[in-house]
Write a protein of this length. Sequence first.
Length: 101
Amino acid sequence: MSARTDVEADQNQATSGITPDHITSTLQTKLEASHVDISDLSGGCGQMYEAIIVSPQFAKKTTLARHRLVNSTLKKEIAAIHAWTPKCFTPEEWEKKKGGG
């Protein structure tokens, strides 16, 4: 379900309770994420998100295991939105990526 107007977008977020701030807070609390950057790719309707998540809990986990950890943490939130794309990094990987290496 996508919003056709800004008012509809606000209503979608209000009824689902899913906002970038809510997702960020949940990830910081439950995954001890040191960096979370949520991008709303839906044009503001709150139905399609991409996220960069940096957490020490991703250490020694495959990409699939990291995604499963995030998805299980955000199970209720993901069920309420249309699309979710996490990009998961350990703090060391994130520092390397930011440094261009």
